[in-house]
Write a protein that binds this ligand. Structure first.
Ligand code: PEP
Ligand code: MN
Length: 280
């Protein structure tokens, strides 16, 4: 990395092949210049829940589904996710919708079951420093969405990514999800400096998560627009049919109409910058 270099490095795109709803193999690329919209629930609550949210976000324009079955919750009394039992929901819904999915892996022991079900592993903020997990993910070729730890410097985050790459897996995307600052008005402070910096000085595809970055639904639209303007290759947001009833992160979940507005508005920003938005 040469911080004096004024030419932008070329982003190394991450590619995934998946089967669409017509049974046709499709390649999905993040980091080639197009904008990708990733959306879904924080936690998968049932197969019907994932299918409903997936259907709605796809209709609105998302091309990548998200949903957790292992949740790293601050309190051990909070909902921890449905666990391995829900892997079959992921497989069924992916097949029915023909949509790739990203889900968080929290322990290397989950790898064998996860690898055949998900198209991208999420490493959550609380696990960015779990180097043994990162080394194990380096042994696969499945893309890894590496979220920034909430108190990590950009340099520590890049070095964490290097653990995956050194194992032989170059398919790493960096996800800015906000850092902890002195400001309590928002859940985290979405650090868009990091997005602009990573685009200027590294070849990682960059994803922005304004849901965790703000923790407030009314701020997710403006910060999605700002993330795209700062150069993000993808945005990832949380959507729920009834946010008040969500088993996790309901306070920041978008309703379907709110998500629809975000898709419409980020598309305008992307077009203004000469970029295309990937469509389902
Ligand atoms: C999530 O994506 O639901 C999540 C727990 O994110 P983070 O690890 O960024 O807190
Ligand atoms: Mn969440």
């Amino acid at each position: 990395m040469n911080s004096k270099n004024t030419t932008r490095p070329v982003t190394r795109p991450v590619q995934m092949t998946f089967t669409d709803s017509k049974g046709v193999a499709r390649t999905h690329v993040i980091g080639s210049g197009n904008l990708t919209i990733m959306a879904g629930p924080c936690s998968i609550e049932s197969k019907e829940h994932l299918l409903e949210v997936g259907t709605e976000v796809k209709k609105a324009g998302a091309t990548f589904l998200r949903g957790g079955i292992y949740k790293m919750r601050t309190s051990p009394d909070a909902f921890q996710g449905l666990g391995l039992n829900a892997l079959s929901f992921i497989k069924d819904v992916k097949r029915d919708l023909g949509m790739p999915i990203v889900s968080e892996i929290t322990d290397p022991r989950q790898l064998g079951d996860f690898v055949e079900a998900v198209d991208m592993f999420q490493v959550g903020s609380r696990n960015m420093y779990n180097y043994e997990l990162l080394k194990e993910l380096g042994q696969t070729q499945t893309p890894v969405l590496l979220k920034r730890a909430f108190a990590a410097t950009v340099d520590e985050w890049i070095k964490a990514a290097d653990y995956v790459i050194k194992g032989g897996n170059e398919n790493v995307l960096l996800c800015e999800r906000g850092i902890r600052t002195f400001e309590p008005t928002t859940r985290n402070t979405l650090d868009l400096n990091s997005v602009a910096y990573l685009k200027a000085h590294t070849s990682f595809p960059v994803v922005v998560d304004p849901s965790h970055g703000t923790g407030r639904p009314e701020l997710i639209l403006p910060m999605s627009l700002a993330g795209v303007a700062a150069g993000a290759d993808a945005i990832i947001v949380e959507v729920h049919p009834r946010p008040k009833e969500a088993l996790s992160d309901g306070h920041q979940a978008l309703t379907y109409p709110q998500f629809q507005t975000i898709v419409e508005q980020v598309t305008k920003v992307a077009h203004a910058l000469g970029r295309q938005v990937e469509t389902p």
